[in-house]
Ligand binder design. Structure first.
Ligand code: FAD
Length: 346
């Protein structure tokens, strides 16, 4: 079949890849350059999403835990297993027993994925790995495993796989109207945060709505040895302090927007992330320590009043020969691409 895919973020690239592997004639259209938007602005984690267990997304977490292995096997030069610590403080955040149940459930759902199991580290072991953490009130930490990627490079690698299978990649080619794609047998709308723009051209009430939730990260020009997952003080949210390319990456925020374009991280967001970091470290950071920042817009399925609780699942809507793709995660993009192709070929 002649298949057009609009949008060369990771979801469009994986859809094009799945179609090309089956021998279809695929053109991938991208309004800017490949991986120019959300797919290069993630937290760089190939992860099951420990925190999604709290919202009961067990099937998604299991799928994502196993999807990590795919990327590590396919592109070991662009991703690596990553040990994270979830420190536990007396009287702060979730109690130890609760995180313990979460990490055990994570192990159970990950069974067979080849990652080490979680374990409890004493206070001394925790401070040995992460000496900058506040020692007052520290009980210890849960160690668990996920993986880290260079999202921009890994996404471009997928597009290279597409090209090597004959996919025609057209950058700087915006699909203004679906009518432009009349010559194609099937069309996939994989435009992520922009999905509603093409969907609306078909009329009727869309089956899903996109919830645009901006997430920002900041860089500190100093090497972070140990990856940390920590609760934001007085909130249910968590944030990450990650080693990334010789720097410290801190994120993320969740700010609901009413449009798909990523705005620059605001001063408020930077201050919020610095305050979260400072709540757990003796050496305090200020805005002067921030050497860079970036933000991206999550194209989430609208499903919860609080964006933090919104599902990270994907959904499809098929109208005529067009498949609209909504939501999803980087980690599960390859599975999502395969599933999108199946829907597209029906
Ligand atoms: C802050 C943040 C942190 C995240 N962290 C993680 C994480 O650690 N792990 C994880 O698994 N997931 C994470 N995610 C989620 C993940 O990044 C996204 O789910 C995924 O990147 C979305 O990819 P996409 O292809 O749908 O969107 P995009 O990458 O935005 O791609 C859509 C593309 O479509 C193009 N386009 C739009 N309209 C048109 C048109 N009319 N014609 C042609 N092209 C068009 C755009 O230019 C864009 O390149 C995070 C997301 C954010 C925002």
């Amino acid at each position: 079949m002649k298949i057009a895919v609009a949008g060369a973020g990771i979801i469009g690239a994986c859809t094009a890849w799945a179609a090309a592997k089956q021998g279809h004639a695929v053109t991938l259209f991208e309004q800017d350059s490949v991986m120019a938007h959300t797919s290069q602005s993630s937290s760089k984690l190939l992860h099951g999403g420990l925190r999604y267990l709290e919202t009961g997304q067990f099937a998604l977490v299991k799928k994502a835990l196993h999807a990590r292995r795919f990327w590590l096997a396919q592109a070991p030069h662009l991703c690596r297993p990553l040990e994270l610590l979830f420190p536990v403080y007396e009287g702060r955040g979730r109690p130890k027993w609760q995180i313990g149940i979460g990490t055990k459930l994570y192990d159970f759902l990950a069974a067979g994925s080849g990652f080490p199991r979680s374990r409890w580290l004493s206070k001394a072991e925790t401070l040995e790995r992460s000496p900058a953490l506040l020692s007052d009130g520290l009980k210890g930490a849960f160690s668990f495993y996920d993986a880290q990627m260079d999202d921009f490079a890994l996404g471009r690698w997928v597009v290279d796989q597409c090209r090597s299978l004959g996919v025609n990649v057209e950058e700087r080619h915006k699909i203004e109207t679906l009518a432009e794609l009349d010559g194609f047998d099937r069309i996939a709308n994989a435009t992520g945060p922009w999905a509603m723009a093409l969907r609306r051209q078909q009329g009727g009430e869309p089956a899903y709505t996109i919830d645009w939730v901006r997430g920002s990260h900041i860089f500190i020009d100093r090497e972070q040895k140990q990856a940390l997952m920590l609760p934001i003080p007085q909130e249910k949210r968590i944030f990450f302090v990650l080693p990334y390319q010789g720097k410290t990456l801190i994120g993320t925020t969740e700010i609901r927007q009413n449009h798909p374009e990523a705005e620059r991280p605001s001063e408020t967001e930077t201050d919020y992330l610095l305050a979260a970091y400072n709540a757990y470290h003796s050496e305090k950071l200020t805005a002067a320590d921030v050497s860079g920042s970036f933000s991206g817009v999550r194209p989430l399925l609208k499903s919860a009043a609080n964006p933090s609780d919104a599902t990270r699942e994907w959904a499809f809507e098929r109208i005529g020969n067009v498949l609209h793709i909504y939501g999803g995660k980087w980690t599960t993009a390859q599975l999502q691409g395969e599933a999108a192709l199946q829907e597209l070929l029906k």
